[in-house]
Design a protein around this ligand. Structure first.
Ligand SMILES: C[S@@+](CC[C@H](N)C(=O)[O-])C[C@H]1O[C@@H](n2cnc3c(N)ncnc32)[C@H](O)[C@@H]1O
Length: 346
């Protein structure tokens, strides 16, 4: 972000959103209030995933594919979320948001790269390249690559990483890693992209492909969401909050944690480390929640026509920002780091 005016606007929004109250996120009442805000904003009796799909009313904007969603919201991500190019939530260990928390996932991956002595590393769903660039810069003897299905992201990542000889970005669907030979990688990781393997068939295909490209004993590391094992027994509104997050991000459905484990086991992966990162991601999640509250307050003000015009293609990210902390607080979604090890003998 070069323009001082954009930088000033970004910092002013940071300051103002810091003043917005947030929570509670662990009560039905807190969720009911935010669901009512959504229903009012989009002119429906009750907000549901179908609200996104009414093309005639075009209430929230509509994206048919993840590629369309990420292409069309790129300016939103760089203007409101991270000018540095993160398309994921940051992690913080002291309960406060810090912009350098966006690099924490890369640093956790780095610890595994160093511990295992990995030389060939791939990120699936590499976005605008933030993780790969950080890793390649700090580990010049390791070769890194990133694949992404959104051409705009691949172009931005390639431009940002142009000075690094040990890094490249390729446009590719991670379900078919055709540029990579069998057993050619030591470590593959994903930060908030694996959830696009969003049906049982796609999840199986992605695990089978990861197993093919990883050397025996190679590591897969993921940071992202699944529905908790308790999801089926939760209150309907808590489930709805998770479904709205899924629909907003153009994800068919996050896997239930135990079905993700089972699918990995079926192709021969051994489960490794597992860390619940909800608390660590909460400051970054709540920061966007506060921005969404400002957005919905402005929609209820005389500024509504202007705001609608500015956001005419999409308010998907405002919906997910309002719902995500409730899904953590009410136990519907988990955000975790998990590692899997490829079998030693194939
Ligand atoms: C939430 S963003 C995360 C980007 C990046 N990992 C980061 O940490 O900033 C998800 C990314 O996954 C990409 N993606 C979605 N489905 C994909 C697929 N089937 N193959 C490759 N990339 C995909 C999107 O284009 C997007 O860049």
């Amino acid at each position: 972000m070069k323009s001082p005016i954009r930088r000033w606007a970004f910092e002013a929004l940071e300051f103002v959103s810091g003043l917005v109250p947030a929570g509670p996120f662990d009560t039905q009442g807190g969720l009911a209030r935010d669901l009512a805000t959504l229903a009012r904003a989009y002119g429906v009796d009750a907000m549901t995933p179908a609200t996104f799909d009414d093309l005639r009313a075009a209430r929230t904007g509509y994206f048919a594919t993840p590629r369309d969603y990420y292409t069309s919201t790129e300016a939103q991500f760089s203007g409101l979320h991270s000018p540095e190019g993160s398309v994921h939530f940051g992690l913080a260990w002291d309960g406060r948001f810090h912009a350098d928390g966006f690099l924490e996932q890369a640093h956790l991956v780095e610890a595994l790269v160093r511990r295992t002595g990995a030389r060939h590393v791939l990120e699936i769903g590499s976005g605008k390249g933030l993780n790969g660039i950080e890793l390649a810069r700090r580990n010049p003897d390791v070769s890194f690559a990133g694949v992404d299905i959104t051409p705009l992201h691949v172009r931005i990542a390639s431009e940002r990483g142009a000075g690094l000889a040990n890094l490249r970005f390729v446009e590719c669907d991670f379900h078919r890693l055709t540029p990579w030979k069998d057993q050619s990688l030591d470590l593959v990781f994903d930060v908030e992209a694996g959830c696009y393997a969003d049906t049982p068939e796609k999840l199986h295909a992605s695990f089978a492909e990861l197993r093919r490209v990883l050397r025996p004993g190679g590591l897969f590391v993921t940071f992202g969401w699944c529905r908790t094992n308790a999801f089926g027994s939760l209150d309907r509104q808590a489930q709805l909050a998770a479904e709205l997050v899924e629909r907003a991000w153009v994800v068919h459905q996050f896997p239930i944690e135990r079905s993700w484990d089972r699918a990995a086991g079926e192709v021969g992966f051994a489960a490794g480390e597992r860390r619940d990162l909800r608390e660590a991601s909460m400051p970054s999640v709540v920061r966007l929640y506060r921005q969404a509250r400002i957005f919905y307050a402005s929609l209820a003000s005389p500024a509504r026509p202007l705001v609608r015009r500015l956001m005419r293609r999409s308010t998907h990210n405002a919906v997910s920002a309002l719902m995500l902390p409730h899904t953590y607080g009410l136990g519907a979604l988990e955000y975790r780091m998990a590692t899997l090890t490829a079998p030693r003998a194939s």
